[in-house]
Design a protein around this ligand. Structure first.
Ligand SMILES: [Zn+2]
Length: 437
């Protein structure tokens, strides 16, 4: 058996006070309060005692899966943990032969994470299903609440493992990926009692699905700045990621004249500044060098090698690809001028995803009925919803993120009021969809 690590309770953050009150059945903010309480409960399981870290198949991750499964069962859902450790709960339709509407997000986290990234979407879906079950309100479609096991890509440097499997896009080569300790994904899965051989059977097909809806914290400041509790995602940015190695010539820091150097780090620095300048030229375009290292560097050695990463995203692929191609051209110029060589290996390319106009307008109606101005905004971050593009209609509802919009940080906060509004909007949209089906 594995050891269970229970972290010290997370420090209390001050909630931003927002003037929205919600009353259902006499109690203010019932969905929101429950979501906040459940998010606190899930955050107790962590790999480290001094913050929230919950990476794929760690003991904490398995404990969270068990806790979510118990929650789903308590909410009246037919629940199982599938072959990639997704927790899947079905609120069954009136009839057997019905398509499914998926309400989902992920329960893994980055290291030193906030409590709401991913989990807000899972818990919103759970409270909505719980409410329908309490009312005994049956739908003409199955409501599949899914807590995806892996989205962040922390342990195996491959993201969306959970949603990839459900969308039928899990490539078996992924099973050979190794974590920092050399453990393959396949071995980690077997050790957790999962059978990688069952993954292909998890893939859903178009005919089985009615749509996919994900609630997620915005992870940015737009809704906060505009005083809106929620927003409707119009498109999810696609990204290109590359690992770049610059090779120059190592030399003595004291003896090689400045004009005779092939300094790999200086060449990399030029590239970093170019990425920053070029990616500031279009509204949804962003570019980041997130890792930068001089392997075997020393204070008295001219860097002979430098390794860096590149991440470029935009709301549309044309804008992004134009930036990437300019960056590659600049790499050529820097190499020629400085006498260094660059090796660029593209490690990921994901196209931008447009959310379904039909579901967006349905969400916008539900947002307006909740008394909130419908605001459409793009997502700069990738989300599980992307995996369902082309398979079924997808939509996302963003929830305002406090503290200036910070996420992937213990400072990440939302309010119970905003969570409550999001849950009511999802419930409303589900019921309208039921009427229309
Ligand atoms: Zn997330």
């Amino acid at each position: 058996m594995f050891e269970l690590a229970r972290a010290a309770p997370a420090k209390q953050c001050t909630h931003m006070m927002i003037e929205v009150t919600t009353e259902i059945g006499g109690e203010a903010c019932p969905f929101g309060k429950r979501i906040m309480e459940l998010a606190d409960r899930l955050a107790q399981w962590s790999e480290s005692p001094d913050g929230l870290s919950c990476t794929y198949l760690s003991p904490a991750h398995r404990s969270v899966a068990a806790e979510i499964a118990a929650l789903m069962r308590g909410a009246g859902l037919l629940t199982e943990i599938d072959a990639v450790a997704n927790v899947v709960g079905r609120y069954p339709a009136r009839g057997q032969a019905a398509p499914a509407l998926i309400l989902a997000s992920h329960y893994d986290t980055v290291r030193n994470a906030g409590k709401y990234d991913g989990r807000l979407g899972v818990l919103t879906a759970v409270v909505v299903a719980e409410h329908l079950n309490r009312l005994g309100r049956k739908l003409p479609f199955h409501l599949d609440v899914i807590a995806f096991s892996e989205e962040e890509g922390v342990r195996f440097s491959s993201s969306f493992l959970g949603s990839r499997a459900v969308a039928g896009r899990f490539d078996s080569e992924l099973l050979e990926r190794r974590d920092a300790g050399g453990v393959t994904l396949a071995a980690a899965m077997r050790e957790a009692g999962l059978d990688p051989g069952e993954i292909p059977a998890l893939g859903r097909c178009r005919e089985e699905l009615l749509g996919y809806l994900e609630v997620h914290i915005e992870q940015g400041p737009v809704l906060l700045d505009e005083g809106l509790p929620v927003g409707i995602v119009g498109a999810i940015a696609g990204s290109v990621r590359a690992m770049i190695t610059v090779t120059g010539t190592a030399g003595h820091a004291g003896t090689v004249p400045m004009g005779r150097r092939q300094d790999a780090a200086a060449a990399a620095a030029e590239l970093v500044l170019y990425v920053e300048k070029r990616c500031a030229q279009a509204p949804t375009l962003v570019g980041t060098v997130g890792q930068l290292a001089v392997p075997d560097g020393a204070i008295n050695i001219i860097p002979g090698r430098c390794e860096l990463t590149l991440d470029v995203r935009a709301g549309d692929d044309v804008t992004r690809d134009a930036a990437v191609s300019d960056i590659m051209a600049e790499i050529g110029r820097i190499a020629a001028r400085r006498g260094v060589s660059f090796d660029c290996k593209e490690v990921q390319r994901a196209g931008a995803v447009r959310c379904s106009p039909r579901l967006q307008s349905m969400l916008a109606d539900a947002v307006a009925r909740a008394g909130v101005k419908p605001r459409h905004l793009p997502s700069g971050a990738g989300h599980d919803a992307m995996m369902f593009d082309g398979l079924t209609d997808t939509a996302m509802l963003f929830v305002r993120c406090g503290n200036g919009g910070v996420s992937h940080s213990p400072r990440e906060i939302i309010t119970a009021e905003d969570a409550d509004i999001a849950a009511r909007i999802v419930l409303d949209a589900v019921l309208r969809l039921a009427e229309a089906s």
